[in-house]
Design a protein. Sequence first.
Lengths: 310, 396
Amino acid sequence: MATLKELSRRDELLSGGHRLCSGCGIPPIVRLVLRAANGPVVATTSTGCLEVGTSIYPYTAWRIPWIHSAFENAAATISGIETAYRVFKKRGKIPQDKKIKFIAFGGDGGTYDIGLQALSGALERGHNFLYLCYDNGAYMNTGIQRSGATPFGAATTTSPAGDVVLGKRETRKDLTRIVVAHNVPYAAQASPHNWADLSRKAEKALKTEGPTFLNVISPCPLGWYSKPEESIEAAKVAVDTCYWALYEVENGVLKINYKPKEKKPIAEWLKMQARFKHLLKPENKESLDKLQKSIDAEWERLLSLDGKVI
Amino acid sequence: MATTMTKAQIGLTGNSAIAYAMKQINPDVCPAYPITPSTAVVEEFSSYVADGKVDTEFITVESEHSAMSACIGASAAGARVMTATSSQGLALMWEMLYIASGMRLPIVLTDVNRALSAPINIHCDHSDSMGARDSGWIQIYSETVQEAYDNLFQAVRIAENEKVLLPVMVCLDGFITSHAIENISLIDDDDIRQFIGEYKAQHPLLDTDHPVTYGAMTLPDTYIEFKRQQSEAITRAKDVVSEIGKEFGKRFGREYGLMEEYKLDDAEAVIVILSSAAGTTKVAVDELRKAGKKVGILKPRLFRPFPFKEIADALKNVKAVAVLDRADSMSGFGGPLFNEVRSALYELEKRPKVVSRIFGLGGRDYMVKDAVHVFDELLKIVETGKVETLTKYITI
């Protein structure tokens, strides 16, 4: 695995000057993953913050070949690109010793929801690519609407906290498990606060033959109503509360990569984000407890599977 | 299928002929999803892949939306890309059709025309491709299996022409042409490879030494310029279609223009009609001509871009025209072909009377007697100068 020194010497492939928000989790994730690739990369991005923020014509922040085509089809688009690469290799149009890596970036809306079918198809077909989902837990680009990734209880513009409904009523979809069910060779969850873990996982995913997947929590000050300067801390607390477990599934074996010495209560994470402020009121303790219970149950499930073939 | 027969005629269905043409083209990438009635195209092509007759990479995508998305990815990567679909499949691709043309990607798609739901119906009409008529794709309609086969090669040349660089849709009628066996002439592999040539993309994503950005966000300060360039490109495509149709004729003996005129020279009453139904109409024309009636047919081959000037020129001496649409535009005023033909004729100083007849939806048979009946109506208009019914459904 590349050291921080090595990573720092590699080319910056996502240029500064893009329009992503202050405190957005996406740029540090993308920059680190592109550094971890360490070689020619072609990428696609589903419609969303990353696409809009990096590509307003005539400017582009991408120093690699990059395409955005639509919202729900990043996995299908990368399938076409990667297949063209294979046929060009076969037909001698690309030298045999040239290796190109392929990455599809999508937000949680473009991955958990509208892009799930295309993702599932591409995983099943076994294309050689990394799909990276930056999960900020709502449709942030269109103005913070709830997605399948939005946590229970979070207030969004389509699941507002009102007098009778306390934010999102449903628990979130476990996309990483859905991906793992495709028997892909490598899938993992990561967080930008733990750069070493994230870059190691990206490097491993990109070295693995076949479809690989990274689900990376991505703080969003705009949608989380959190402080931009606390974004990386917010990602860390998400991991320390076990809301966002760092684990990987490699060839069917699950491994938890980080176990907090002392698991923090979920309220520690919620209090950093005003989207949850209603859950912290004493009269809404029932909802807070429900969220805590679901996180505890998922963490227990992961602990019971740690080191095992799943 | 016998592959050794090249010069002689061979009996093939429309779908088999398309699959065979794709085999001869041997594209780089073919993402496809099965749908009736185009399924046999991708089935037969997958056999060519399985038997090593082509070295195309065939992607069995999970939907037509992903088929066109993968076409876009592969084409932007620099590959020559083809696919085939019908009906709901084309409708599901709709979002991506605009992106393919907007990115100026020379993808070639065969649309085996089929009605759109609801009610569900697997048989022929043109509502699927007419639904994509404003998507920026060049559209060529084929009357016969031979035309569909020949059009596919020309489509590759048109799409990849540097003055054009747009996707092309080759349409043939579901079941009527896709499943009917017709004797056609095949072209030798070497000759056709010489005709289509090698494809070299201008800005492929796979050229990692020269990174490019595709699909950037545009704001009101640039979007309209992109669309204007696209509009100019599809306008230029008209001449390219003519040139390539002529070149095809010189090489292989079957010349293609923007449209086919059948007994039009002295015709007073004319039916304008697309695809296989033109063949049925020709029989009616022959019968009526025997009885001394001055009738003829105009069969547009190129529908996008629409050859407005050429159509007006072809119909300038005609007295009554019926435009037969195998699709309704639900505008309350006739079908899509009718509205475009009528608009084309507006520039004429002396305009013929023009009526709309919608026929054959969902595979309803269009018989010689139906065409004769339309001609009878037109001849009455010629005689009286009066139109009784401007728009109506027939074959009901």
